[in-house]
Design a protein around this ligand. Structure first.
Ligand code: NDP
Length: 445
């Protein structure tokens, strides 16, 4: 590792010893930046890396709410405003019991580079709470969202910080959050993305991350003389990203044979029936085990990580961080894996990434591969600012263009650094270069 990057990483490890996910993400990024840092000694004099790994602002707050039984509940809320070097903070909100400051900081740091790769002017941030929407009534979710926004509203705005959804935050939660923001501020403005289309949302936002993932996979395979058509695919998760990744994968001629949730996975050799899955997940909020009861010929297995034992050529991990480890990677390589594109953020452990790359499997890192969601969020902000709404096809075409441009940028950066095909390195270098240039231009802030 470059000496300067190593020094900064050592300092970070001493200061953030208990922030495992954040250190994992930071280390992966800092490892890649050697060639760029060698070419720019002025970055060290300007303390670019020290500032790059330190969030501009971390907001933590209490979220009290009353459950259906009349009991007071208290959760913890966060917003990490990591970098505004190239635009207003932008990044999702996650509601999940395993949310900690470390998880928020890792996601926000990844978001800084991801947003840079989109070519749009968006800085990076992330937020959320350890609240678990699972099993809560609509009324409880609404009261929680209102309390969360009662604090968050003073820190966000269409030109300062624009949150969106993530795990546990979908159309329902965004609606409640937006309603409360409007009530508190008296303003109807583009302060959140992922809104319903009837009140300022963009067509294709719901599909954007999953579709974008497949567009990037398509570009990566084409550049390597391959095609996704006819391949067997496994998609982990069955949430927003997973469902629309599976939909686009099937449209591209892949057969999606397995999907999962946090408890287990289904195998359907005929190809997962997405009408049934969407009904279960988007309408009934049911467990994926129910799929096997409704679709003859399919099977359900307990234990989410077992999904990686289902032989496939294309793997699209779309659930959560560190869901695929070295043992899984070994198995998948033995089973003939050709390509992995990350729909989730940091779904592969560092050891798994190394194994995949060293065995000639094409690998697209999340910060490039799942940038479709934030890209269409950026397009939603443009539509809000101009009071226009674009058609589904127009947004979808722009999304495809952005994802193919992102692939070209990371491909080029990897080649320029003398490591062609190392798209993880390419994504870090291409994303960081723009942020560093903006930081240099703006002085020590
Ligand atoms: P959702 O809440 O819609 O879905 C998450 C899915 O993952 C659920 O099916 C959940 O199952 C499953 N899951 C959670 N933990 C595990 C686990 N340990 N093993 C297997 N499955 C698990 O979230 P999203 O689809 O929005 O987000 C998924 C990932 O994509 C996250 O990493 C997120 O940061 C990333 N992402 C999302 C974007 C977006 O636009 N939404 C944009 C870019 C990245 P269960 O219901 O049982 O919990």
């Amino acid at each position: 590792m470059n000496d300067y990057a190593q020094k900064v990483l050592d300092g970070l490890k001493a200061r953030c010893a208990h922030e495992g996910e954040f250190l994992q993400a930071a280390e992966e990024i800092l490892h890649s930046l050697g060639p760029l840092l060698d070419a720019h000694p002025e970055y060290e004099r300007a303390g670019i890396l020290e500032r790059f790994v330190e969030p501009e602002r971390v907001i933590a707050f209490r979220v009290p709410w009353v459950d259906d039984a009349g009991q007071v509940q208290v959760n913890r809320g966060y917003r990490v405003q990591f970098s505004s070097a190239i635009g207003p903070y932008k990044g999702g909100l996650r509601f999940h019991p395993n949310v900690t400051l470390s998880v928020m900081k890792f996601l926000a740091l990844e978001q800084v580079l991801k947003n840079s790769l989109t070519g749009l002017h968006m800085g990076g941030g992330k937020g959320g709470s350890d609240f678990d929407p699972k099993g809560k009534s609509d009324g409880e979710v609404m009261r929680f969202c209102q309390s969360f926004m009662a604090e968050l509203y003073r820190h966000i705005g269409p030109d300062t910080d624009v949150p969106a959804g993530d795990i546990g935050v979908g159309a329902r939660e965004i609606g409640y959050l937006f309603g409360q923001y409007k009530r508190l501020t008296g303003r109807f403005e583009g302060v959140l993305t992922g809104k319903g289309v009837c009140y300022g949302g963009s067509l294709v936002r719901k599909q954007a991350t999953g579709y974008g993932l497949c567009y990037l996979l398509e570009a990566m395979m084409q550049a390597n003389g391959k095609s996704p058509e006819g391949m067997r695919a496994v998609v982990s998760g069955s949430g927003n990203v997973a469902i629309y990744a599976a939909e686009k994968a099937q449209q591209m001629g892949m057969t999606v044979v397995a999907m999962s949730d946090s408890r287990g996975y289904i195998v359907d050799e005929a190809g997962v029936n997405l009408d049934v899955l969407r009904q279960l997940k988007e309408v009934e909020r049911a467990r994926i085990s129910e799929y096997a009861r409704r679709v003859p010929g399919s099977a359900y297995h307990e234990g989410a990580s077992g999904i990686w034992g289902v032989p496939c050529q294309v793997a699209l991990p779309c659930a959560t961080q560190n869901e695929l480890d070295a043992a899984d990677a070994h198995l998948m390589i033995d089973n003939g894996l050709v390509a992995v594109a990350e729909g989730a953020n940091m779904p592969l452990t560092q050891e798994a990434v190394a194994l995949i790359q060293n065995n000639g499997v094409l690998y697209a890192p999340g910060k490039a591969a799942n940038a479709g969601g934030v890209s269409v969020s950026g397009l939603e902000m443009s539509q809000n600012a101009t009071h226009l709404s674009w058609s589904f096809d127009e947004v979808d075409e722009r999304l495809r263009g952005i994802m193919h441009r992102i692939f070209r940028a990371i491909d080029q950066a990897a080649a320029d650094c003398g490591q062609p095909g190392n798209y993880a390195l390419g994504a870090n270098v291409a994303g960081f270069a723009k942020v560093a240039e903006a930081m240099m231009a703006q002085g020590i802030v």
